[in-house]
Design a protein around this ligand. Structure first.
Ligand SMILES: [Zn+2]
Length: 223
């Protein structure tokens, strides 16, 4: 059989834990011919996967990994929740995310759940925490996201929700005029004071000097 019109655009690409090799096979006759690609899972297993399932990201693991319970991980559902909010117009929350142009960074989108999990674990994720964006209009990226618990005092939908920054402890700032203010919401503080959110966050986390634009940031967990 002479094979024509095989799209090679997914060769070498990664879908979740699966990397597509250059081996494919076709079944059925046109116009219903299907192409399957041989993929290598991060665990080393090889698996044939239908092209459409890959493109629609319906299959992201070999069977062994799927059965080993990765789907039962809470973090896995957080990851897919983000993707749903950003990319599925039928998702009830799409309007406030994807509908407003919020996307997931390439690192997590193309690297799949594994890449997201690596970032999450090395940035303090524990079951029970939820992902929060520092700039609530910004994208899901490593620099704009952190893991937070929502304070019991904060009722859903409250404006300026109170966050307990598990990693940061008590956070406060000494302003250029010498006054002192506690910070419970980094993005709101940055907005109110016309400061760059990423830089404020970096100063609080100790990634850059604690004095930024005359504001001196302190965190009981880092000081
Ligand atoms: Zn696997």
């Amino acid at each position: 059989m002479i094979v024509k019109h095989v799209k090679l655009d997914i060769v070498g690409k990664k879908f979740g834990s699966l990397t597509v090799t250059d081996k494919y096979k076709q079944t059925g006759e046109l116009p219903n011919r299907k192409t399957s690609w041989l993929c290598v899972c991060d665990c080393g297993n090889e698996v044939w996967v239908d092209r459409n399932a890959l493109k629609r990201r319906k299959t992201e693991f070999c069977n062994k990994c799927r059965e080993s319970g990765v789907r039962n991980e809470k973090l896995y559902h957080i990851y897919h929740g983000i993707k749903q909010r950003c990319y599925n117009p039928n998702n009830p929350r799409y309007e406030c995310y994807g509908g407003k142009g919020v996307v997931m960074c390439d690192e997590w989108l193309l690297g799949g759940y594994d890449a997201f999990k690596r970032w999450a674990i090395s940035n303090g994720y524990k079951d029970g925490l939820s992902i929060d964006r520092l700039d609530s209009n910004g994208d899901y990226t490593p620099s704009n996201c952190e893991w937070v618990t929502v304070s019991e005092n904060a009722r859903r939908g409250d404006v300026g929700k109170v966050k307990a920054h598990t990693k940061l402890g008590y956070v406060y700032v000494i302003k250029p005029d010498g006054s002192r203010e506690s910070i419970t919401n980094i993005s709101k503080f940055a907005r109110d004071n016309n400061l760059n959110i990423s830089n404020v966050s970096a100063a609080i986390h100790g990634r850059i000097h604690r004095i930024y634009k005359g504001y001196e940031f302190h965190s009981s967990a880092i000081d």
